[in-house]
Ligand binder design. Structure first.
Ligand code: UD1
Ligand code: MG
Length: 453
């Protein structure tokens, strides 16, 4: 990697009308992360530590979604949309700082490949003034055509401005560019709007650089990596490509999936080797899973930590703050939220554990509920190591069950239970011998009397 400085200018001022959304387009997520943040991550991975976002609306939200991923994020409002060249110039105050490299990217192109960006920067380091990322679409209609001569790029002709023979070219502008930063402003300022659309075309920098005797090259990239999103249909297509890539990476790193096409990851999902994921499992953002875990079918995880050797599901739901200790279990129809489950503890069936600490080796019976919320505040339930909670118990927080304590099934526990004690909080059973037969006889007589009427 070069030690040249780099600014990524990410264009995100588009109206996104075709998304039919009250939210600005680049905030729509792919793999649980706003599209614009994907672009920022790729830029940073290619060595562009500083990012200039050109935004039309929702500037605060766009900035907030980029902020975690870059050293320096500046936001530039483009009030009028006068074309891609005009949009880049909205970031003039950042560009003027004088970077060696500029990467021009689009906020609605989330599958952008950081290796390709890094290669484009390398071409600048090797003497090119402008590097354009080209691709070969199945249908080139609407794209700018790349006009080449002797391995150098001569011009980019926008579809509307192209002649019949130029339209026959299928090597197209993917939209992403690298420009040598020090001369960039003077080239951008030379762009005019004398063209079919009356817009300031960024693509004109190609001819401007050539006229100044500079070297301009095109590099071919994978068509998927320059796929832009304009509608929710395209958003789903990009999501599908993103998911295929994640699944492939997971499997190559040692994760088994029986039906990978039914497993959905987030951009930040981490899964350890030798873990098996059964069909129909969804990972929301913020999930870390260790090695040798089995996730049975139909589980949903979000913001959860799962240590090695855990078994989940089928049909388990881990919500944010769920922290499953090594070799612990959460079985069918179990929901865990903001709770630490100790090593080897079992929560096997039909249970809600929220705002709780469960000790190592504890056994939580079917139908146990931590009553954590009083309608205003959340309260903590502490269950000691080796404790046994009988089925269908309600633990009304705040409450503490000591180590190795035992809770009788069907209890409603409102007071602390000391260690080694039995907590028993239900009506005592009483049997009345022969009474059932009397009740049967009485009820039958009433029914028979009705029939005779
Ligand atoms: C652009 C390229 C075209 C290329 C295509 C690839 C130009 C002149 N044309 O065309 O050669 O084949 O992308 O998809 O660059 N934007 C702003 N402000 C503006 C205009 C655009 O922020 O004033 C942003 C948009 O939000 C979008 C990106 O820039 O993310 C590209 O703009 P768009 O209008 O889609 O350009 P195209 O006509 O598709
Ligand atoms: Mg476009």
């Amino acid at each position: 990697m070069t030690n040249r400085t780099c600014l990524a200018v990410i264009l995100a001022a588009g109206e996104g009308t075709r998304m039919k959304s009250s939210m600005t387009k680049v905030l729509h997520p792919v793999g649980g992360l706003p599209m614009v943040a994907h672009a920022v991550r790729a830029a940073v991975a290619a060595g562009g530590s500083d990012v200039a976002l050109v935004v039309g609306r929702d500037a605060d939200k766009v900035e907030a979604s980029a902020r975690p991923f870059a050293n320096d994020v500046s936001v530039h409002i483009q009030t009028e949309r006068l074309g891609t060249g005009h949009a880049v110039l909205a970031a003039r105050s950042a560009i003027v700082k004088g970077y060696d490299d500029l990467l021009i990217m689009f906020g609605d192109t989330p599958l952008v490949d950081s290796d390709a960006l890094a290669l484009a920067r390398q071409k600048l380091a090797d003497g090119a003034e402008v590097v354009v990322m080209g691709f070969r679409p199945i249908d080139p209609t609407g794209y700018g055509r790349l006009l080449e001569n002797d391995g150098e790029l001569v011009a980019i002709r926008e579809h509307k401005d192209a002649s019949e023979s130029e339209r026959a070219i299928n090597f197209c502008n993917g939209g992403l560019m690298a420009i040598a930063g020090l001369g960039a402003l003077s080239m951008l300022d030379a762009i005019s709007n004398k063209n079919a659309k009356g817009e300031y075309y960024l693509t004109d920098v190609v001819e401007i650089a050539r006229a100044r005797g500079k070297k301009v090259v095109a590099m071919e990239v994978d068509a998927a990596s320059v796929l832009g999103v304009n509608t929710r249909v395209e958003l789903a297509e990009v999501e599908a490509l993103f998911q295929s890539k994640m699944r492939r990476e997971m499997m190559l790193s040692g994760v088994s999936m029986i039906a990978p096409e039914t497993v959905w990851f987030s951009w930040d999902t981490e899964v350890g080797a030798e873990t098996t994921i059964e069909p129909n499992v969804v990972f929301g953002p913020g999930v870390k899973v260790g090695a040798n875990v089995t996730i049975y079918a139909f589980c949903h995880l979000e913001g959860a930590n799962v240590a090695e050797g855990v078994q989940l599901g089928p049909y388990a739901r881990l919500r944010p703050g769920a922290d499953m200790g090594p070799k612990s279990k959460a079985g069918n129809f179990v929901e865990i939220k903001q709770a630490k489950i100790g090593e080897g503890a079992k929560v096997n069936h039909l249970t809600y554990i929220g705002d709780a600490i469960v000790g190592a080796g504890a056994n939580i019976g079917a139908g146990t509920i931590t009553c954590n919320y009083d309608g205003y505040n959340k309260h903590l339930t502490e269950i000691g190591a080796g404790a046994f909670i009988g089925s269908n118990s309600a633990l009304v927080a705040p409450v503490k069950i000591g180590d190795n304590a035992l809770i009788a099934a069907g209890s409603v526990i409102t007071q602390n239970v000391p260690e080694d004690a039995i907590g028993f909080a239900r009506a005592r059973q009483s049997n009345k011998p022969g009474f059932a037969a009397l009740v049967h006889a009485k009820n039958k007589a009433i029914k028979d009397a009705k029939k005779k009427r």
